[in-house]
Design a protein around this ligand. Structure first.
Ligand code: GLC
Length: 574
């Protein structure tokens, strides 16, 4: 690995780190969505043994770790983000021995395993919630959740005006054991996901014990679900949404909304950090916190809190060079200020896949699902831009998250039959928002096999669109220029050139500070990391390549090495 900066004249935005720094500062982490990764049992639902069988794929791809979305016991009203038992595997996915086998095999292959922790709410089938419903108002059982009397005559109105993220009001009225109407409970998500009361020491103790349970079983860390939601402002005051904000499918917050990003959450993460620090092996936590601005997000990764937070501002910047430029620069500034690595993410199980989003007429839009009656993406353009965006992402110092299937260039399923939709959002908004099923489709492993290799019986819990067959892994593996081989090469070169721990400096133009070739136009993002210069050309016309360098990797064909084609990213080196 070389530590030579190609462009010493450029101002450094982010200083170079050491290649020996902890893994999570620069890791590439692959999100496995267990329902849709691989099905060993043949029931059409992915499972832990299926994941274990396919782990060599992740090793070959070249990632450092996998993050598993929830596989715990759950009635699956929100695809497992409604947990009924935090210490057991849902029979749909296998059992604890299957988890142990998965973790052991992953570790053998040099892959770390991050599990998902869902602390904001439980399932309504969790024993605590069942006990709470059976107990009286004011009881110890109810004090673990947020039960309140209703407002208005007979308490018939919800205790405040908060909305559920999935649509509708955030409160559900209970029925007393004797059949009379009772108190209300808070659910920031589905009504089957009651919010816990994090001011209750019993809740805090329980989750520290859950952390230890998985750390003892060999988990290398946690992705913390809804990390910005646990603490609510005392008194649960009403909140008027500022105009325009209500349209977002996932709430953004800046500490003003009484349900989100309250300062009280940080004390919880400080106590969790103590727990993780007791364990050897650099265990790590990543916050799923949809907060803004980035400086608020950095609060979650102060030295005594979490290790990482998902950088959703980057995901939301879409294909907008000005937004990307400012998010990248701001991410380094705010994270460097607290000594944390930044993360980069383009897709996950909650958003339209980037190969589709970037092919929409407005490539910064973020619809909550796409259906047959909506604008359909330009698939060719979407994939071209997705490959460019991914090469941009994988060159950035810090840690990167990949969502399963993006290494195949998978698009969203945009023609799913509405009857098959399972996301509670679809139901709770009465179909106004289609929800997230289209990004959760079972993976295509082998084009000509049953269920494209996902399941030995051909069963799939959601159907795969025909467009997935030519993108199946077996159609791309070993094929020069395929998206899969592009990702593999990017991950190998990222490692070889130490990009994850590199410094970051903008490059002004083809001849850099000497400006021999003039400055790049605004739709070009050019920067250097160690001995690599990256040129992401978001415009449609070719721009000159940096002078004196050769092409290392490109998201598209580069017929003339002196030019960077439009809508492409090229990595150069000496
Ligand atoms: C997070 C998860 C999402 C889930 C929600 C409620 O945003 O990523 O899938 O529905 O939390 O747990």
């Amino acid at each position: 690995m070389s530590s030579t900066q190609v462009s010493p004249a450029a101002p450094t935005v982010h200083a170079e780190g050491s290649p020996t720094e902890p893994w999570w500062r620069h890791a590439v982490i692959y999100q496995v969505y267990p329902r849709s990764f691989a099905d060993a049992s043949g029931d059409g639902m992915g499972d832990l043994p299926g994941i274990t069988q396919r782990l060599p794929h992740l090793a070959e791809l070249g990632v450092d770790a996998l993050w598993l979305s929830p596989f715990y016991r759950s009635p699956q009203n929100d695809a497992g983000y409604d947990v009924a038992d935090y210490r057991d595997v849902d029979p749909l996915f296998g059992d604890l021995a299957d988890f142990d086998a998965l973790a052991a095999r992953a570790h053998e292959l040099g892959l770390r395993v991050i599990v998902d922790l869902v602390p904001n709410h439980t399932s309504d089938q969790h024993p605590w919630f069942r006990a709470a419903l059976a107990a009286a108002p004011g009881s110890r059982e109810r004090a673990r959740y947020v039960f309140r009397d209703g407002r208005g005559p007979g308490g018939s109105l919800p205790p405040n005006n908060w909305h559920s993220t999935f649509g509708g009001v955030a409160w559900e009225r209970t029925t007393n054991p004797d059949g009379t109407t009772g108190q209300w409970y808070l659910h920031l998500f589905d009504s089957t996901q009651p919010d816990l009361d994090w001011t209750n020491p019993e809740v805090r103790a329980e989750f520290e014990a859950i952390l230890r349970f998985w750390l003892d079983r060999g988990a290398d860390g946690f992705r913390v679900d809804v990390a910005h939601g646990l603490v609510k402002r005392a008194g649960l005051p009403d909140w008027e949404e500022p105009a325009g904000d209500g349209a977002e499918p996932i709430t953004h917050a800046d500490g003003k909304h009484p349900a989100w990003d309250q300062n009280g959450v940080h004390e919880i993460y400080r106590s969790w950090r103590h727990v993780l620090d007791e364990y050897p092996g650099e265990r790590a936590m990543v916050a799923e916190a949809w907060v803004e601005p980035l400086s608020r997000l950095a609060g979650y990764v102060r030295p005594d809190e979490m290790h990482q937070a998902f950088n959703f501002a980057y995901l939301l910047a879409g294909w907008d060079p000005a937004r990307l430029r400012s998010v990248i620069a701001a991410s380094y500034v705010v994270n460097d200020a607290v000594g944390a690595p930044t993360t980069w993410v383009l897709s996950n199980h909650d958003v339209v896949r980037h190969a589709t989003r970037l092919g929409l007429a407005d490539p910064t839009s973020r619809p909550n699902g796409i259906g047959l009656h909506d604008e359909q993406p330009d698939a060719v353009l979407g994939l071209r831009r997705a490959r460019a965006a991914s090469l941009l992402t994988l060159a950035l110092p810090g840690s990167a998250y990949l969502y399963q299937g993006e290494e195949l260039g998978l698009p969203e399923h945009t023609s799913l039959d509405d009857e098959l939709r399972q996301d509670p959002t679809y139901r709770r908004t009465e179909g106004k928002e289609l929800g997230r099923d289209g990004c959760r489709i079972p993976l295509p492993w082998a084009a000509d096999e049953p269920a494209m290799g996902f399941s030995p019986t051909g069963a799939t819990w959601l159907p795969q669109p025909p467009e997935y067959a030519p993108l199946a892994l077996d159609r791309q593996r070993g094929v020069a220029g395929s998206t899969y081989e592009l990702y593999r090469a990017a991950l190998r070169l990222r490692r070889e050139h130490g990009l994850g721990t590199g410094g970051f400096a903008w490059v002004a133009g083809p001849g850099d500070a000497s400006a021999t070739g003039g400055a790049y136009p605004p739709e070009v993002l050019a920067f250097s990391v160690r001995d690599v210069v990256v040129v992401a050309n978001l415009g449609t016309t070719p721009v000159p390549a940096p002078t004196g360098l050769r092409v290392l990797l490109a998201s598209t064909d580069v017929p003339d090495e002196s030019q960077v084609p439009g809508e492409s990213t090229v990595w150069f080196t000496r």
